[in-house]
Write a protein that binds this ligand. Structure first.
Ligand SMILES: [Zn+2]
Length: 362
């Protein structure tokens, strides 16, 4: 009997696929055990040092999906190598509680790696030693739903790319001699100026001259008929649709029961977490916009932030939604550097963004 159990245990240990699995390093803190996770050609973050999986029996496919996403980031500008060079670490926890137990014990003097509010992931930057840690949760925690609940993280790569946007934000600042600043380019004068410009341009200059039908058409093209996901509802998006069909706007988004509000005002209702301080719940303005545009640059909207990405990436006329902050993110994505001072039109973008928006160093 004992022999049979031992054989079963051994069989289980060696059942992991040869191409991916636990690496050689193990650490236990706060009752949570993390092991390095390796695979493929051991490319970052699966290098037996910078990606840790923190439960006994993870599904390989899910554990790999996080690392694979990181490996895919910025193939042209090589964001992956940039994050590696700046020592960004990734952790995959069962949930937020496990992250807090582990991080509070491993880094008792670095509370930026813990959170009582994070939903599906958390990225922290220690301004004293430059350590950057991204944690991804298998279970998301939604404290603002009624009743509060935990749900399976439906899109680990999406959350990974969003958190990697935060990691890049700080890593870039760090690469410029950022210590002890805790602000990345998302909090620079330049990005805020472009973000404010983008918000104003959500409203067509000729809005007052548009007929009601034209306004409805504009708003329903921009916001469409999305219902928010659980994550988006937890990020303060009302659980309804802007347009109930292509010619009818939900009265909650109108001035008089049928005429749409300004698109920028609707955006503040729909994606408050990304474009307002109230919705950011502590995050500085445009930090979340930066991370989500970075994520959207890396992949589509998916199931968790599909409504949000539709708004942030809308093909508005005459200018695309958030064209100028998107342009900034693309430049970071492809070159690891902010846009040239000459402005986007010099690159053939024709997004009409203002030139010389200010310093990129916050
Ligand atoms: Zn975020």
């Amino acid at each position: 009997m004992l022999g049979a159990l031992a054989l079963m245990a051994a069989g289980f240990l060696f059942a992991a696929p040869a191409h991916a699995g636990f690496g050689t390093k193990v650490e236990t803190h706060g009752g949570v055990t993390c092991r390095t996770w390796i695979g493929g050609s051991n490319t970052y973050p699966m290098d037996d040092e910078q990606y840790w999986v923190c439960w006994a029996t993870p599904l390989s496919q899910r554990a790999n999906s996080i690392a694979n996403k990181v490996q895919s980031l910025g193939a042209t500008g090589n964001i992956r190598e940039f994050l590696k060079t700046q020592n960004v670490y990734y952790y995959y926890f069962i949930d937020r509680d496990d992250m807090n137990a582990y991080m509070s014990a491993k880094f008792p003097l670095e509370p930026m790696f813990q959170s009582s509010a994070a939903r599906c992931g958390k990225t922290g930057y220690n301004n004293l030693n430059g350590r950057i840690i991204t944690s991804i949760f298998d279970l998301c925690t939604y404290d603002h739903l009624s009743p509060p609940k935990q749900s399976s993280n439906l899109d680990l790569p999406k959350i990974t790319s969003h958190e990697s946007g935060h990691a890049f934000d700080w890593a870039w600042r760090k690469s410029k001699g950022g210590l002890p600043s805790v602000k990345g380019p998302s909090e620079s004068d330049a990005f805020k100026t472009l973000g404010n410009f983008d918000m104003v341009r959500l409203d067509p200059a000729n809005w007052v001259n548009k007929t009601k039908a034209q306004k409805i058409n504009y708003v329903c093209n921009m916001f469409q008929q999305y219902l928010p996901s659980e994550l988006e509802r937890d990020l303060n998006t009302p659980n309804d649709k802007v347009c109930t069909n292509t010619t009818t706007v939900n009265p909650a988004y109108t001035t008089d029961g049928s005429t749409p509000k300004l698109p920028s005002d609707i955006a503040k209702q729909r994606v408050p977490y990304f474009v307002t301080t109230a919705g950011g719940q502590g995050s500085p303005l445009y930090q979340e916009l930066f991370a989500e545009l970075f994520s959207r640059q890396s992949q589509g909207g998916g199931t968790m932030l599909g409504m949000t990405d539709q708004v942030l990436w809308a093909a508005n006329s005459p200018y695309k939604a958030f064209a100028c902050t998107r342009w900034a993110i693309r430049m970071f994505w492809f070159t690891n550097e902010p846009p040239p001072l000459s402005g986007p039109d010099s690159l053939g973008q024709h997004d009409g963004c203002i030139n010389n928006p200010g310093s990129w160093i916050p």
